[in-house]
Design a protein around this ligand. Structure first.
Ligand code: HEM
Length: 482
């Protein structure tokens, strides 16, 4: 072992441990939200964060806390940090719509994002993000997405044939269909074939690509983190860049999986971009078209570096496939639990198909006329947001206004929350989507009718007044696609 190797082995971990402890100590002393109410912490080091991760699927804590403390309260975080939890619509407007770049993604989110997506649109901040978003936007326009309808139809038909195959193999009797296994394969194939003209072969199984196998196992080492792993992840909130790099020299199993995914997807993206040439056809507004054009663009505001360009594939595949599949799963689950609504959706689709005069094929435009189907989809997205919370950090001192005032720790009414630079914010999407003040007394139960002829008094998010796709300039670019 050379000198450098020895140095890494002996000294660096020591330096990292000492400086981390120091940085965390300093940080922990900055308790900025003492004036707010909130649940008591079950652990000095882990706060409530580990508990929340473990019971994630139950969504039980946050909704109950919002009933007790209101739509803004103090949540105990790792290393004794106070986190501001918000589900108040005006506060969310302020953070995501009005001041999006004043509330950046925090260090740990950035660190994760950089490892899994590279420097693509999800990772980019401020003016870098603005530039990338402007370049990519045309690839997600209504016109562009409508062109993909036939690809979606083909993927859906392949899936149905698979299910019919399973049914026949079961002697025509009703068999269990494992939608959780099948739907991600369908959305992966649909994304690949439409946006990248790339065949993942996920539904086929037999001829699946290497990328497909990597993405399937991407999170094998990420579920159920140990407290130590949780603390390691949380330390990226506070560490300076140079220490992040030192920690990165000791990659975890998870880091290695992410690195393999990023490397491989960038290499496939490189091949796809090569096939497109310089993207000089201005009409070529699909993703690979706009990315290729940006690679060769001379003006800085239209240009993407090679790494930025090649990272968009990892970004879009990751951001789009599992999210869409899980959302679709929830729609099917809710319709299965509510057969009377399933019947309404079925009849609505049948009526349209019988009236199309187009062999029963429904055009993308006609999909919008399926009022009850669209209401059922929105209701499912409301109750089951796949991204249940988003984290942000104030980059300057701010005052966040509230639509629904809260009672502070001294019993006074607060209609705005002052926060200091560096304040971590937990934007609680699950709770906002279930707020009685916004959705009515039946907010916690399934009722697609609320979307049939409702007039909402708040406007938040990119779709249906929901926060499921987030909102503002960092809202989901692929919501129409989804
Ligand atoms: C039901 C399915 C989906 C849900 C619930 C969803 C949700 C979200 C949310 C909550 C964000 C904000 C993330 C943040 O601020 O950190 C987001 C961003 C994003 N989504 Fe989606 N998404 C879905 C489908 C898709 C699809 C199909 C695509 C691409 C085809 C996509 C591409 C993206 C991208 C690129 C961003 C980053 C946008 C930016 O930072 O400017 N998403 N999505």
């Amino acid at each position: 072992m050379g000198f450098n190797g020895l140095l890494q082995l002996l000294f660096l971990p020591l330096i990292v441990a000492t400086t981390t402890a120091l940085a965390l100590l300093i940080r922990a002393r900055r308790r900025s939200l003492n004036f707010l109410q909130g649940p008591p912490t079950p652990s000095t080091l882990l706060g409530f964060e580990w508990e929340l991760r473990r019971v994630r699927s139950l969504q039980s804590f946050e909704v109950a806390w919002s009933k007790q403390y209101g739509t803004a309260y103090k949540l105990p975080g790792c290393y004794g940090e106070d986190i501001l939890s918000v589900s108040d619509p005006r506060a969310l407007q302020h953070i995501f719509h009005k001041g999006a770049y004043r509330f950046k993604k925090p260090g740990d989110v950035q660190h994760f994002s950089n490892h899994i997506f590279g420097p693509g649109i999800v990772t980019a901040q401020a003016e870098n993000h603005q530039r990338q978003r402007k370049i990519l936007n045309p690839a997600f326009s209504v016109a562009q997405i409508r062109r993909f309808a036939s690809v979606f139809l083909t993927s859906a038909k392949s899936l149905i044939m698979k299910w019919q195959g399973e049914l026949e193999a079961n002697g025509g009797k009703v068999a269990d269909v494992d939608t959780v296994k099948w739907l991600p394969n369908m959305t992966l194939d649909a994304l690949g074939a439409s946006i990248f003209e790339y065949q993942f072969g996920a539904l086929d199984g037999k001829e699946s690509s290497e990328l497909c196998d990597i993405i399937r196992d991407l999170f094998l080492d990420s579920r159920n983190p140990t407290p130590l792993k949780m603390l390691r992840g949380a330390s990226f909130r506070f560490l300076p860049r140079f220490m992040e790099r030192i920690l990165d020299a000791f990659p975890t199993k998870e880091d290695k999986r992410f690195a393999r995914w990023l490397r491989r997807s960038q290499s496939v993206a490189g091949e796809l971009v090569k096939m497109r040439g310089d993207g000089s056809d201005e009409k070529d507004n699909d993703l690979m078209g706009v990315v290729s054009r940006a690679l060769y663009a001379n003006s800085p505001e239209k240009h993407l570096s090679t790494e930025e360009a090649l990272s968009q594939m990892a970004t879009i595949i990751f951001a789009g496939h599992e999210t869409s599949a899980s959302s679709l799963n929830w729609v099917l689950y809710e319709l299965a639990k509510h057969p009377e609504d399933q019947q309404k959706v079925f009849q609505e689709i049948n009526a349209l198909r019988n009236g199309t005069g187009n062999n029963g094929e429904i055009s993308p435009k006609e999909l919008d006329s399926l009022v009850y189907l669209n209401a059922a989809i929105k209701e499912s997205l409301r109750l089951h947001p796949i991204v249940p919370e988003l984290f942000r950090e104030a980059i300057i001192d701010e005052v966040i206004p509230l639509e629904y005032p809260v009672i502070d720790a001294s019993g006074s009414v607060l209609s705005e929350i002052p926060v200091v630079k560096g304040q971590r914010i937990f934007a609680d999407i699950t709770t906002y989507n279930r707020l009685k003040q916004v959705w009515g007394e039946d907010a916690e139960i399934w009722n697609p009718d609320r979307f049939v002829d409702s007039k909402m008094h708040t406007t938040l998010g990119v779709f249906g007044n929901l926060m499921t796709f987030s909102g503002g300039i960092r809202g989901c670019i692929g919501w129409r696609f989804a």
